[in-house]
Design a protein around this ligand. Structure first.
Ligand code: DX5
Ligand code: ZN
Length: 212
């Protein structure tokens, strides 16, 4: 299992140190939650702060857009050269166009679905992305309760085996050392974990406990 700590739960007063610490503690990716106050009822960070994160991160960035205007935010964040930019199925009308726009920047596109959105909605776009992010909470905040989406993960794995076997599955929201085993069995490749990792005294221990 690859682990992407979400910096949403980091101490923003010492953000650069937090980013360095999770990278040296064994993080595989640095998960950056971008919220616009419209698609979700919260706001987070823009490209100025994320540039400071990119400057000190020794692991690739995984940018999760929770915004209404995906195209505008892709143009803002692409210069920071994240490995992934994920956009929500629910916030977009033109999925292929947006996936291609991300790819044209030399970045891997990923599509995200909320817990109540069925896997069948993304059946026609999975061939065009490198990762699918399944939300296991409703997006907007860290520290929420995990919604069991195991059946969706298994259904997505079957769809990807048929249409895009190299595509990775990431799960985001309420992940901890208890549910990570069943997530792995269901077919998840990457877990995002915010409050679990940053709520731990020892980041290396927390990250290691998720590498099942
Ligand atoms: C939720 C964000 C998540 C969040 C995860 O909208 O997309 O990345 O930070 O935090 P935890 O692991 O605390 O649920
Ligand atoms: Zn996220």
């Amino acid at each position: 299992m690859l682990v992407a700590p979400s910096i949403l739960s980091a101490d923003f007063g010492i953000l650069a140190k937090e980013v360095v610490d999770i990278c040296t503690a064994g993080a595989d990716l640095v998960h950056v939650d971008v919220m616009d106050g419209h698609f979700v009822p919260n706001m987070t960070i823009g490209p100025v702060v994320v540039k400071a994160v990119a400057d000190v991160a020794t692991k690739p960035l995984d940018v999760h857009l929770m915004v209404e205007d995906n195209s505008f935010f892709i143009d803002l964040f692409a210069p920071l050269k994240p490995k992934y930019i994920s956009f929500h199925y629910e916030s977009e009308r033109h999925h292929h166009r947006v996936a291609q726009k991300i790819r044209d920047h030399g970045i891997s596109p990923a599509i995200v679905i909320n817990p109540a959105t069925p896997v069948s909605c993304i059946a026609e776009i999975v061939r065009y992305v490198d990762m699918v992010l399944l939300m296991s909470v409703n997006p907007g905040f860290g520290g929420q309760k995990f919604i069991p989406i195991y059946d969706k993960i298994r259904e997505l794995r079957r769809l990807l085996d048929e249409r895009n076997p190299k595509c990775l599955i990431e799960v985001d929201g309420g992940v901890n050392d208890k549910n990570v085993h069943e997530l792995k069995e269901a077919g998840v490749d990457i877990v995002v974990a915010g409050s679990y990792v940053f709520g731990h005294k020892d980041y290396a221990e927390a990250i290691a406990s998720l590498k099942v």
